[in-house]
Write a protein that binds this ligand. Sequence first.
Ligand code: SAM
Ligand code: SF4
Length: 329
Amino acid sequence: MLIDTYGRVATDLRVSLTDRCNLRCTYCMPEEGLRWLAKPELLTDDEIVRLIDIAVRLLGVEEVRFTGGEPLLRPGLVGIVERVAALGPRPRMSLTTNGIGLGRTAAALKAAGLDRVNVSLDTLRPDVFKTLTRRDRHKDVLEGLLAARAADLAPVKVNTVLMPGLNEDEAPDLLAWAIEHDYELRFIEQMPLDAQHGWKREGMVTAGDILASLRTRFDLTPEDAGERGSAPAERWLVDGGPYRVGVIASVTRPFCAACDRTRLTADGQIRTCLFATEETDLRGALRSGAPDEEIARLWQVAMWGKKAGAGLDDPSFVQPDRPMSAIGG
Ligand code: SAM
Ligand code: SF4
C-alpha cells in the first residue's frame, strides 16, 4: 500500500505523459511556453507502463489518470492505454485533456480500454476562449467533446476554471449547456500553480462566488456529504436532480484530509501533492536497473513523507517550482 503518516492511502495515480501543450491558458502557462523537457528526460512508453504495473500490482493503485501538459500530444498514448488495460489487476483509466484532437482519437482510445475523459473547457464564447488560451481552437474542443460522448467515454466530465473579468459570468450558461449535452460539469478554483506566479487570492473566483452565480438560475441542494468520499468535488443536485454540478474548492475548502492521490511526472518523479516542494526520482532507479520491489519501496517512502495539507493558508507557503503543466493536473 501507499500509506502516509496520517493514515491516508493513495489508490489514485496521476500520470503526466508530457509537459508540452498546444494551448497557453493564462492561469497555467506564459504566452511563449516553457522550457520543455528534452526527449531523454522523458520516461519512455515502456518505463511508464512498468511503473504503472508496479503501482497496481505491488502498491494497491486502483485508478490511473493520464494528464499533462496535453496528453493527446504523446505519440504513444493509445499503445500505453492498451498495455495498461492488459495489466492485472486492471486499473480504471481516465484522461484529462483540453480536447483538441480528441475528435480523431476518442474511438481508438475507447477501443484501447480508456474508461472516460475529463475535457477542460472554460467558456462557451470563442472570443473569450481565444483570450484565455491564446489559441483559436474553441471549435476543436467542442468537436472533441462530441466525439468523446459518441465513443461512450462516459461520464464525460467538463473541467472549468473561472477567471475574473474574463469568464466569471458564465457559470449559469455553462451549466445549462452541460445539462443539455449530458456532460458532468465541475468548476475548479484557480490555484497558485501558474508558471508566471501571477495568482492572487484577492482576485480569484471562489467556490462561494460560483455557487452564488449558479443560484441566480438554478436551485442547488448539497448531495449527501457521505457520497463525496475522497472525491475532491463537492456536488450539488441541480433543480432536485438527477443532474449534478461539482465544485473543486482546492483553495477555499481544501480536501487534503481525504486525499488519495500520488503523482508521477513525465520525467519520472513522484510527487505526493500538487503543492509538494520535494520529489522522489524513480527514473534514476529504473535506469540503473533497480528491481520492481526496490522501486515500490522508494515510492512507499516518498508517500510516507506526504504532508498533512497543501498549506495554502500557511504564511510560509511557497509555490512549487514546477508549474501545473509540468506536474500533471
Ligand atoms: N492539458 C490538459 C487539460 O487542460 O485538461 C491536462 C493538463 S491541465 C494542467 C489539467 C487541469 O488543470 C485542467 O482542467 C486545467 O484547467 C487545470 N488547471 C491548470 N492550471 C490551473 C490552475 N492554476 N488552477 C486550477 N486549475 C488549473
Ligand atoms: Fe495546456 Fe492544460 Fe495548461 Fe491549458 S491547462 S495550457 S490546456 S496544460
